[in-house]
Design a protein around this ligand. Structure first.
Ligand code: GLN
Length: 580
């Protein structure tokens, strides 16, 4: 299925803008998938993921069905065991692949199906080739980078093709000129040889640096990076130039001449003013959509960005603001909680608010408490995480939110710490803990399921991917989702220990979401509280700018309400009994 329904309904997709368009049948009646490869040059972190996602969004908007894929040239088999400081957030696909965070951009900008074929690393490609070699599938041949590794890569690209896909966009991670990226670029070149040059398009993203001292912009790095690509045999059809300042006409002419790309195919992607969601409109203004459909011989209408622009307008003209404190570990790095920051921004759009984020280190909360970080804060969010560092700070944040009636949203570990806190303070189980942090705790309120204990290999032991969850009526969760059954994505080893369910309920906890497959607690709420919700899953992977995740939306709404209520009390005349 091309378009996926959200929040448990299969037949329609509701958004705060109204009903989303129906699945768009291919208007070409052509069963051949065309391929676009997106490469990057000069430096890393140019935003290839966002640019690829934006192109996907435009094509989809034009009535084409899009698939998206990312190649990562590192040797790790997947980013699941990589340090968030180095790699940022680990994204999770519905079928349980631990993947690169660019897949999050793909899902936020498009409705493309994202699955285990959407992300391949060098490690994954090599593992597969080596396994085939061990099974004797190469019939005694010498196994080499060309053709065996490149064939494996091309096979991965072909998995994106199919009668229901018009255009597959494959982003090649890394920078042209890196040793690691070479097999992927070589495979991308060969792909056109196999499929036909007319069915394949190359888009190269590059940097045009601006030298402030001399007020000059420099095209040389771009020329060199395109030169490197041409050495491999790839001539880009479109050059997208990241720049701080707009490209003057003569600069475009120069780039066109030196890089052998038509002038109208030199696209200017200058730094955005206020939101990453501006990028599709910026590209459409320069008619990138026309270049693509003309080059690939696709029949499609021009994109209609009116709804998207309405969303941009809301970002630019909020009616108010609210601050959310995130109590976490990897706060210096923008990418470590990427999807959470985006989901909060989406929730802001849905509430017509600008959401400010206050990053609070869990280690600091452990030392000095929560109070001093609370000035101007409307709600507290505790994100997911692994390992014991900062845990007591997070437990304290949950306690603060519960006792002071501050809206609280706990994601995965954020739910687990709220459970630990509730057990210790409300149920009187003072040494309650998760067995992840204290294997000898007398009250393992969070523990590992028996069957999980037997598979201890890191990287393969987690509950990963989508699971259904039944919602209990009359709870915050069912109020937000407006559904009886939902599906959400998971990535964790530990679970709520059902032995404690009764005690918790007697003390005012509500288990508002239960997995029907295995009776696991998926959502924990506190009944007598303005908004206190912990979820064992990761709702941040399902939020979109035009369709905020219901729990994020309701959390931000509750946070704003608290702020309003607080300022109203501050304005009230002093009680006559004050000072008595
Ligand atoms: N460390 C916890 C677990 O493994 C939580 C994981 C997470 O927050 N993603 O269950």
């Amino acid at each position: 299925m091309h378009r996926r329904a959200l929040w448990g309904r299969d037949d329609e997709v509701e958004t705060f803008f109204g009903r989303e368009r129906e699945a768009i049948p291919s208007e070409r009646g052509n069963l051949v998938t065309q391929h676009i490869f997106v490469t990057g040059g000069v430096v890393s972190s140019l935003g290839k993921g966002l640019t690829s996602a934006s192109i996907g969004m435009l094509l989809e908007n034009m009535g084409l069905r899009v698939a998206m894929q990312k190649f990562d040239p590192y040797i790790n088999v997947d980013p699941g065991t990589m340090n968030p400081y180095q790699h940022g957030e680990v994204y999770v696909t519905p079928d349980g692949l631990e993947a690169d965070l660019d897949l999050g951009h793909y899902e936020r900008f498009t409705h493309a199906v994202v699955n285990k074929h959407s992300n391949y690393t060098t490690g994954k490609i090599y593992s597969s080739v080596i396994a085939k070699e061990r099974r004797g599938e190469y019939l005694g041949q010498t196994v080499q980078v060309i053709p065996h590794i490149t064939n494996e890569i091309k096979e991965a690209v072909r998995r994106m093709s199919g009668p229901d896909i018009d255009v597959a966009i494959t982003e090649i991670g890394g920078t042209v000129g890196d040793i690691e990226s070479l097999p992927f670029l070589e495979a991308a070149r060969q792909f056109a040889l196999d499929a036909g040059r007319e069915k394949v398009m190359y888009i190269h993203l590059t940097l045009i640096p601006y030298l402030r001292a001399s007020h000059e912009i420099k095209t040389k790095p771009t020329q060199q990076s395109v030169g490197k690509l041409r050495e491999i045999g790839i001539i880009p059809d479109i050059l997208i130039c990241r720049s701080e300042v707009p490209l003057a006409d003569d600069v475009r002419s120069k780039i066109s001449l030196f890089c052998n790309v038509p002038k109208e195919a030199v696209i200017d992607e200058k730094d955005v003013d206020f939101s990453i969601y501006e990028i599709p409109a910026m590209l459409a203004d320069q008619r990138i959509d026309e270049l693509i459909v003309r080059r690939l011989g696709l029949g499609a209408r021009r994109p209609d960005l009116s709804r998207w622009k309405q969303m941009l307008h809301l970002i630019q003209h909020p009616e108010g603001e609210v601050t959310i404190a995130i109590v976490g570990k990897y706060l210096e790095l923008q990418d470590a909680y990427k999807s959470i920051y985006e989901s909060l921004a989406h929730a802001g759009i849905a509430n017509r608010l600008k959401v400010h984020i206050k990053k609070v280190s869990a280690d600091d909360v452990e030392k000095v408490g929560m109070e001093r970080y609370m000035a101007g804060v409307g709600g507290i969010l505790v994100p997911g995480g692994f390992g014991g560092r900062g845990i007591e700070g997070k437990v304290h944040a949950a306690q603060y939110a519960r006792e002071r009636r501050v809206p609280y949203f706990g994601l995965c570990l954020g739910m687990q710490v709220a459970v630990i806190e509730f057990a210790r303070t409300v149920c009187g189980l003072t040494r309650a803990n998760s067995t992840e942090f204290d294997s000898a705790t007398p009250n393992p309120v969070i523990h590992m399921m028996e069957h999980q204990k037997s598979i201890m290999d890191k990287g393969g032991t987690m509950r990963l991917g989508e699971y259904p969850c039944d919602l209990r009526a009359g709870t915050r969760a069912s109020e937000a989702y407006q559904a009886e059954r939902i599906t959400e994505r998971h990535r964790h080893r530990y679970e709520f220990n059902n032995a404690y369910r009764k005690v918790f309920e007697e003390k005012g906890a509500r288990f508002s979401g239960i997995c029907p497959q295995n009776d696991l607690v998926e959502i924990f709420e506190i009944a007598d509280h303005p908004w206190f919700v912990g979820v064992q899953f990761h709702p941040e992977f399902r939020s979109r700018p035009t369709n905020a995740h219901p729990l994020f939306r309701e959390f931000v709404r509750a946070a704003k309400e608290r702020e309003r209520a607080k300022s109203a009390t501050a304005l009230e005349p002093a009680s006559p009994r004050a000072g008595v």
